[in-house]
Design a protein around this ligand. Structure first.
Ligand SMILES: Cc1ncc(COP(=O)(O)O)c(C=O)c1O
Length: 228
């Protein structure tokens, strides 16, 4: 589609380290891809960090310049740019953690499979209506495991009362953010209703099978309790 319309495709891979889509590694389709190393990401530093991947040599040169105040050679700036270099401490942390990424990803996939298996009975039943994301591609790396239900806020409270923290990714659709007040289209009813119904259950590589079972039991019990 981008080719047909003469558009440059930039992939947002900020939470998709090692993900593949129909067997193709994400970040290899467009002209460039952005990765985040924010501490909560699948590969996280101790602070902020990120990377851009590209196969385009000219873009590579420009990006290296843009992250470095627009300098081409020392003290020679050809354009106005930001200071956005990955600092050495973050690079050292990422280098030490990188060898673990494949194992962490395998664990994320196993945890997602356990959630899916445990919540199957909840999906589609008329008295609970908790929608579990379908297993769409084995290359998914499960940065999050979101569930969707119209009874979200009550369910989150009941889970919280059992010591299970959940988060909402994300509560406000972009068109409703003040920064985009003038953007068009400014009304996205589907995004708005999804934002009102989504919540994410815990998922990180260190989570135990027992902990996932506890969350599954709590979601199932609480949702049934809510329907009574
Ligand atoms: C999909 C996506 N894109 C971009 C970002 C921004 O990444 P960063 O905080 O490293 O700028 C995030 C972080 O939450 C994200 O999840």
């Amino acid at each position: 589609m981008a080719d047909q319309h003469g558009l440059a495709l930039i992939e947002d891979c900020c939470q998709a380290h090692l993900a593949t889509c129909q067997g193709v590694p994400v970040g290899t389709t467009g002209i460039a891809a952005a990765y985040s190393f924010y501490p909560t990401k699948n590969l996280g530093a101790f602070g902020d960090g990120g990377a851009v991947c590209t196969r385009d040599a000219a873009l590579d040169t420009r990006l290296r310049r843009l992250r470095n105040g627009g300098q081409t050679t020392r003290n020679h700036h050809t354009e106005v740019a930001a200071h956005s270099r990955l600092d050495e401490m973050q690079a050292a942390v990422l280098r030490a953690r990188l060898p673990y990424l494949a194992g962490w990803t395998t664990r994320r996939r196993a945890l997602a499979a356990q959630y899916r298996a445990g919540l199957t009975d909840t999906r589609g039943t008329t008295n609970t209506t908790i929608v579990v994301p379908p297993a769409c591609d084995p290359g998914h790396v499960y940065h999050l495991f979101p569930l969707r239900t119209a009874a979200r806020d009550g369910l989150r409270k009941r889970l919280h009362a059992r010591g299970i923290d959940t988060l909402v990714h994300y509560p406000t659709p972009l068109p409703n953010q003040p920064a985009f007040a003038d953007a068009s289209p400014n009304h996205c009813p589907v995004a708005t209703s999804v934002c009102d119904e989504l919540f994410s259950v815990p998922l990180y590589p260190g989570l135990t099978d027992a902990a996932v079972s506890r969350v599954v039991d709590a979601v199932t019990d609480s949702s049934l309790g809510a329907a009574r």
